[in-house]
Write a protein that binds this ligand. Structure first.
Ligand code: GAL
Length: 807
């Protein structure tokens, strides 16, 4: 056994080495559910995502009183209907590099209740599966054959969504000398900044020095070209602390539109001897909230065009992957989103790094419950003993990310009604301020009246309203802050490619097929339509933005199908679980994406059997007017107007009679000039599989992903919107099959078996790069229609293009 564990060490990569500091990313582990049968896995790893889906996993027999239920029912699929419950164990081995004096284990999160052993002795434990934690394991090290074991335990009724299972975020080993920098005590802040100058402060702390007499700490700030733009050296005090104030001339300020990053390098020397060096990416930017200006970034007021995102990555489960996160953020940016709320828990470092570098503001949230439960085994079991420790790790671990502009201490906390809740909110807000005095603190409340009455909102910096737009006007004057943030809005439900007739606005509508209509007119009992929240943002100067529930579908919480089997994932996303935009995506894009025009038509135009029937047509566009044609016959030219709830942001032709052929929309700009047109046609018989990707070139790192959309088309290339053929895949060469997803919330097909049915004509295949360069061939086969689609990818190291500076 020891031998095979030793072999694992060879694949642990050393990710950085400087002076005495060395980091190993522990990727290869052995994993077991029962302690008897072990298999080799790669971390990040989610042990439950392979399935099988089953209604028996974590059936929650209860009444969700928040959703208005007054008697207990069986909630199936609420936490994803995947086998995440129970125990899991991981083990690996490592060797201590020569000269290392101290070792620390860093977990970016482990689901859940991890207990960590080093060489058979307990090194430490953490309860909350979403938080990062560090363990000093120096005293437990051996010279050779060191072994780490992690035991995890997931209990039933501990989550309202799919939490994932296992070591789903990276685990690192950090070796240093005795005297070392503590990166969590290095705090970079922008004190003031304009186009001419930025004044920043850096606080640092070194640990392990018996005397700091001869020690010097230097901080250096480099710009994106690697040029030093500020540097200072100081002697730390007796506790190892040093503070610096630096000026950066002509700073490039960080924003979603221009996410420039700097590098902060901290070094420690004893005389001429280098002791330690750390490097962190930082951004220069200011934030503030006030009655006079609302939320400001770099002195400019803006309203959050935000979305809430759960942490799972669809068919990859909870296992973090940089390419998957980049794809999510790219999709959201194209929709016009400039902020995400990490609902309802601590984000991964990887996600925040991507948000820093791609330009996405973040509200980093922490808890879905405090001392009072929402489900019996949630965070309430730990709150009293752990909230300070959990907030400390969240804030110290993440406070240098320029993308994070706000902390959230909770979501719809049951105590929001009570004075005791307000007291807790005050205590927690003050605690956050003590760790970071630069960011406002919020909490989302779904009972804004109670939150206002008992002082819950007043205890935070930003009153967070979840839904209840109809109360904004009544309650604004009672908010001491003078503004309102829609911490959570909308909760409209839809299934990509599904349209229900007649088209009617409905609450909690359910259908025999377990789907929701994509006309975007259906929402929950407590929620509303996108149009309602857009209006509250556009017409009130004192709203500071919204976070739509949700940007992307997630595993679990299949509202409104609480007990309907087999629903097992959400319908709330503007994008489906596979990452394919639903119609609603374009409704937001038309309002939020100011760089590009949007002209989107719905529904599709292939309706055998609907001939002669009323089939409303909607157009989501930023243009103010458009004319619709069916087979060349005008259905009228209409303009957006505010006379009806749904006519301000959509163009609707409610009386179109379906006939096969061509549906065309011609858009006109504000001056009445023809600006753009779009045509969709009735599809014929399936004739080909179209394979498309926006990433043909992968990196040979064994982790990079290409997302390939597979679409059934007819012989003219028209999409066949109802195709549900079973497609199988073969991936060969320098890559492998990783996952497949079709966005159907009722599908029980495994994400990790290389075959799946098309859902409304489409699915998305995920291919992973190997560690070897070469080409990758992807084949998709459809036995029913004898079709094969082929796509070639290349897995090759990307040589950075260097532009020589002119002399
Ligand atoms: C909210 C809650 C979210 C989600 C959503 C569904 O009340 O904060 O986590 O459950 O409802 O509409």
């Amino acid at each position: 056994m020891k031998q095979s564990l030793l072999a694992l060490f060879l694949t642990a990569s050393v990710v950085c080495g400087a002076q005495n500091r060395q980091e190993q990313n522990l990727k290869t582990w052995q994993f077991s559910r029962d302690g008897k049968v072990w298999q080799q896995v790669s971390v990040p790893h989610d042990w439950a995502i392979n399935g099988p889906f089953d209604r028996k996993w974590d059936i929650q027999h209860l009444a969700i009183t928040q959703d208005g239920q007054n008697k207990a029912i069986d909630h199936t699929g609420r936490s994803g209907a995947l086998p995440w419950l129970g125990e899991g164990r991981y083990r690996t081995v490592f060797t201590v590099p020569k000269g290392a004096k101290r070792a620390e284990l860093y977990f970016d999160g482990a689901m859940s209740e991890p207990v960590v052993y080093v060489n058979g002795q307990e090194a430490g434990r953490w309860n909350y599966g979403y938080n990062a934690f560090r363990l000093d394991i120096t005293q437990l090290l051996r010279r050779e054959n060191n072994e780490i074991t992690v035991r995890l335990h997931n209990v039933e009724e501990s989550s309202r969504w799919y939490p994932g299972a296992g070591l789903y975020r990276p685990v690192r080993l950090i070796f240093t000398g005795d005297i070392r920098i503590d990166p969590w005590e290095t705090f970079f802040r922008t004190l003031s900044a304009d186009a001419n100058n930025a004044n920043v402060s850096v606080n640092t702390q070194i640990k392990g020095a018996k005397s700091t007499k001869n020690i010097k700490t230097t901080v250096t700030i480099k710009n994106a070209d690697g040029r030093v733009v500020a540097q200072k050296t100081a002697s730390p005090d007796a506790q190892g602390r040093a503070s610096f104030n630096l000026d950066v001339a002509h700073p490039q300020l960080w924003s979603p539109e221009s996410p420039t990053l700097y590098t902060l390098i901290t070094t420690v020397k004893d005389g001429n001897k280098h002791l330690d060096r750390t490097s962190q990416r930082v951004g220069i930017r200011t934030i503030d909230v006030s009655r006079a200006h609302g939320f400001r970034l770099n002195g400019l007021s803006r309203k959050f065009q935000g979305v809430c995102l759960h942490h799972d990555l669809g068919p990859l489960g909870a296992a973090v992957n940089k390419s998957a996160i980049i794809r999510q953020i790219r999709l959201m940016k194209d929709m016009g989103v400039d902020a995400i709320r990490t609902s309802h828990n601590m984000p991964s470092q990887m996600q925040m790094e991507v948000c820093d570098s791609m330009g996405m503001m973040v509200m980093a949230e922490s808890f879905d419950a405090w001392a009072e439960p929402k489900v019996k085994n949630d965070y309430n079991r730990f709150y009293t003993q752990w909230w300070r420790k959990d907030l400390t790790n969240l804030i110290k671990g993440h406070r240098n990310h320029p993308s994070i502009v706000m902390w959230s201490i909770g979501n719809e906390i049951p105590e929001q009604w009570k004075t005791e809740g307000a007291r807790r909110a005050k205590e927690m807000t003050e605690f956050c301020h003590s760790l970071d005095n630069t960011r406002p603190v919020t909490a989302g409340g779904d009972n804004p009246k109670a939150c206002t009455d008992c002082g819950f909102y007043a205890a935070t910096d930003v009153p967070g309203f979840n839904y209840r737009g109809f109360l904004y006007d009544e309650l604004i004057n009672r908010q001491p802050q003078g503004f309102i943030l829609g911490t959570e809005t909308t909760s409209t439900v839809s299934s990509r490619g599904v349209y229900k007739f007649p088209v009617e606005t409905k609450k909690m509508a359910t259908y025999p097929d377990g789907q929701c209509s994509s006309y975007d007119v259906e929402c929950c009992g407590w929620s509303n339509l996108p149009d309602d929240d857009m209006r509250m943002q556009d017409d009130r100067t004192w709203t500071i933005g919204q976070f739509v529930w949700t940007g992307i579908d997630y595993l679990g919480e299949p509202t409104p199908y609480y007990s309907y089997w087999p629903s097992r994932s959400s319908y709330f996303g503007a994008v489906d679980l596979a990452g394919l935009p639903k119609d609603r995506y374009y409704l937001y894009r038309a309002q939020w994406n100011k760089r590009e025009h949007t002209l989107h038509l719905l529904p599709h135009w292939t309706w055998p059997g609907r001939e002669g029937k009323n089939t409303p047509v909607y157009c989501y566009t930023d243009y103010p007017q458009a004319e619709l044609f069916v087979n060349g016959r005008s259905q009228g030219r209409i303009a957006k107007c505010d006379t009806a709830r749904l006519d301000r942001y959509r163009l609707r032709w409610n009386n179109v009679v379906y006939e096969p052929g061509e549906l065309k929309v011609v858009a006109y700009d504000a001056d009445g000039r023809k600006a753009a047109e779009k045509i969709i046609r009735t599809a014929g018989q399936p004739a080909a599989l179209r394979l498309e990707t926006d990433c043909k070139q992968l990196s040979p790192n064994g982790e990079d992903l290409a997302y390939i959309t597979v679409t059934m088309v007819d012989e003219d290339g028209n999409e066949c919107p109802d195709a549900d053929d079973l497609i199988s895949f073969e991936v060969s060469g320098a890559g492998s099959f990783r996952a497949v997803c079709n966005g159907d919330a009722t599908s029980l097909e495994s994400f990790t078996t290389p075959q799946m049915r098309l859902f409304h004509g489409k699915l998305v295949l995920t291919v992973q790069s190997s560690e070897h360069e070469g080409s990758i061939t992807v084949k998709a086969k459809d036995a029913r229609h004898h079709l094969t689609g082929i796509l070639q990818l290349i897995n090759i190291k990307q040589v950075p293009i260097r532009i020589k500076a002119r002399k």
